[in-house]
Write a protein that binds this ligand. Structure first.
Ligand code: FMN
Length: 320
């Protein structure tokens, strides 16, 4: 069957499936596996310590695949500098870059006279319109089911996607809550021309840095086992419920400010759980789709399964 959309055409990929940036998890192995399976893999620049480390990771990807891949920049609300990382990616010849989490204007300025394809991950219609205005090649839109950082308005993927499709003319990629061929086809029915998945890719063989405890938590969770932290800081983000996130929520309910919360929500605390498996000292991002995750396939097995599921749906409903 054909899977061509404007997303496959623009990014030169077989299936319109994009692996989301995954802080501290999306390195060369996962990125290359996704690209080799026919999707668009990404490495997450801001998890790397320096432009040199990013260069090295990009070179590793190129050794593992000759397929297109991207570099993701989650710039955060607090404006960590990233222009030097974009320069490194440019010098390494990266052809696709994605950005999320802050004002993307300087990013577009920096890439103005290049041929880099630009993706923006947004969580609201107005942000999608802004991304289009700035010159994004496609917009990824994440609903409140998703793992990691979300919009402030709690709008689900099912409602957000068609609204964004109606509001912009660039291709829309649906994200948040997608983990199998059913979610993929639902996204197309909503008008999306591709999907982005985050949580599902953590439970794959090539996501080699995720601790056993993190993977086991994803496998044993149902759809009720995630919660939204950092809401009181204006930066809501979905994580697995564990003793550490319970503590954060309790502090937030007692009006703790950023200073009081910063060690609890830090990248270090994130790594304590996702690398070391310590749920008394750290947290792990995950979306509600964790309820659908029951195994740890290779990325290639996951793609084959999703394609089969999607083909069955197309046949059943006569989608051609
Ligand atoms: C562990 C984890 C880390 C994430 N880190 C990033 C990141 O660094 N950059 C980014 O653009 N998005 C990040 N996200 C969001 C994902 O790229 C994607 O938008 C989201 O996971 C989609 O929802 P899903 O988890 O239901 O698939 C992260 C998500 C998770 C689960």
């Amino acid at each position: 069957m054909e899977w061509t959309t404007r997303v496959t055409e623009k990014f030169g990929i077989k299936y319109p499936i994009i692996q989301g940036g995954l802080a501290h998890l999306a390195y060369s192995d996962l990125c290359a596996a996704v690209s080799n399976a026919g999707g668009l893999g990404q490495i997450t620049a801001m998890s790397l310590k320096s432009p040199e480390a990013l260069r090295e990771e990009i070179r590793k990807v190129k050794q593992l695949t000759d397929q297109p891949f991207g570099v993701n920049f989650a710039i955060g609300q607090r404006g960590r500098p990233y222009a030097h990382m974009v320069d490194a990616a440019l010098e390494e010849g990266v052809e696709v870059m994605s950005i999320t989490g802050g004002n993307p204007t300087p990013f577009f300025e920096q890439l103005k006279d290049t041929n880099v394809k630009k993706l923006v991950l947004v969580a609201a219609k107005r942000q999608a319109e802004k991304a289009e205005e700035l010159g994004a090649d496609a917009v990824m839109v994440v609903g409140q089911e998703g793992g990691g950082h979300l919009g402030r308005d709690d709008i689900g993927t099912m409602v957000l996607t068609p609204q964004v499709v109606d509001a912009v003319s660039i291709p829309v990629i649906a994200s948040g809550g997608i983990g199998d061929g059913r979610g993929w086809m639902a996204a197309h029915a909503l008008g999306a021309e591709g999907i982005e998945m985050g949580t599902r890719f953590i439970a794959t063989k090539e996501c080699i840095h995720a601790s056993e405890a993190y993977i086991n938590a994803l496998l044993s969770s149902d759809e009720t086992n995630t919660t939204v932290i950092k809401r009181t800081l204006g930066a809501p983000a979905r994580a697995l419920i564990n003793p550490w996130t319970e503590k954060i929520l309790q502090m937030e309910s007692e009006n703790a400010d950023y200073e009081a919360l910063k060690d609890y929500i830090s990248g270090e605390a994130n790594q304590k759980f996702i690398y070391d498996g310590d749920d008394e000292k750290g947290y792990g991002w995950a979306g509600q789709v964790t309820g659908l995750i029951q195994d740890v396939p290779s990325v290639d097995e996951l793609f084959k399964r999703m394609v089969k599921e999607a083909e069955e749906i197309r046949e059943k409903w006569n989608f051609g």
